[in-house]
Design a protein around this ligand. Structure first.
Ligand code: NDP
Length: 315
């Protein structure tokens, strides 16, 4: 049978390119889990994805109720779940004030981390039940969360501190809207959320890989300087960022190339190892990359897990 993969945020950028790469092989049915149903349907059509190889299902990660509803709808479709890809993200580098999810969490961490945290925890049961030989759960990371790299050291740097803001509910009411309890900074909130993504992947690996056989992985696909992620940045940045990445840092990848990379992590038998953070060399060969000290801190990962469980209502 075809493999069955859920990709969150498949309506643009990396998610769409990955959905297309997988659907075109004819070996995968892609469930595009998107907040804007029409946009996703149009994107799939204009990318030329074969109709029989995808389904759009509504998911708004900025609402825990929507995450639970998505899981119900998916289960009613009676499709197996072989691979889950947590890809969607918001990035608000120029926001002066925080905005919040339906449950009152600062929106970058609420969407990118807490929404995906609940989704992956609920769908772990479905991954367990699949008879597919290579069951995987992939959470897209980022170099911006890696303070052991040049790009990860551009201020403001990611830093979760002692998680006091997160433990306080991240709601900006009386407590901070930032994980470390500091002043709101949209760019930092995004970076913090990506560190959470990478810590969650490793904690999932520690808790569930042996027992379930599911592989957990994260990746940095390269700098895809033209995706919608930068839509809220100032125009001059959007003009200069792609050539800067192409010619100066040489970290630039096209959406299509990045999509192929993530599709590899979904389906390539040689990338089935669990607990790995994948990256690619300039010649497009994959390797197991190192994470920064904070993004590989097992004690912090455990604490993040426990606080996140409370916030999403699992504990
Ligand atoms: P895009 O903005 O193009 O795609 C983000 C996707 O997330 C969109 O489909 C968007 O939906 C969706 N999304 C946003 N909020 C929600 C929500 N509340 N519920 C459901 N879906 C939502 O950005 P990219 O393709 O660049 O980003 C994809 C991933 O790649 C992210 O995890 C990002 O951190 C990561 N990444 C990107 C890099 C880059 O250079 N671009 C580098 C490293 C990592 P909609 O279409 O409705 O807006």
């Amino acid at each position: 049978r075809k493999g069955s993969v859920i990709i969150t945020g498949a309506s643009s950028g990396l998610g769409l390119a990955t959905a297309k790469a997988l659907a075109e092989t004819g070996k995968w049915h892609v469930i595009m889990a998107c907040r804007n149903f029409l946009k996703a349907e149009k994107a799939a059509r204009s990318a030329g994805m074969p109709k029989e190889n995808y389904t759009v299902m509504h998911l708004d990660l900025a609402s825990l109720e929507s995450v639970r509803q998505f899981v119900d709808t998916f289960r009613r479709s009676e499709r197996p779940l072989d691979v889950l890809v947590c890809n969607a993200a918001v990035y608000q580098p120029t926001a002066k004030e925080p905005t919040f999810t339906a449950d009152g969490f600062e929106i970058s961490v609420g969407t990118n981390h807490l929404g995906h945290f609940l989704l992956s925890r609920l769908l772990l049961d479905d991954l367990k039940q699949s008879d597919y030989p290579n069951r995987r759960c992939i959470i897209v990371g980022s170099i911006t969360g890696n303070t052991n790299t040049l790009a990860g050291n551009v201020p403001p740097k990611a830093n979760l501190g002692d998680l006091r803001g997160l433990a306080g509910g991240l709601n900006g009411v009386g407590t901070s809207s930032m994980i470390d309890g500091g002043e709101f900074d949209g760019a930092k909130a995004y970076k913090d959320s990506k560190v959470c993504n990478m810590l969650t992947m490793q904690e999932l690996h520690r808790r569930f890989h042996e027992e379930t056989g599911v592989s957990f992985a994260s990746l940095y696909p390269g700098c895809i300087a033209e995706t919608g992620l930068f839509r809220e940045h100032i125009p001059l940045f959007r003009l200069l960022f792609p050539p800067f990445q192409k010619y100066i840092t040489k970290g630039y990848v096209s959406e299509a190339e990045a999509g192929k990379r993530l599709a590899q992590v979904v389906s390539d038998p040689s990338l089935s190892k669990s607990g790995v953070y994948w990256s690619w060399n300039n010649n497009s060969s994959s390797f197991e990359n190192q994470l920064s000290k904070e993004a590989s801190d097992a004690e912090k990962a455990r604490k993040l897990w426990e606080v996140s469980e409370k916030l999403v209502g699992l504990a």
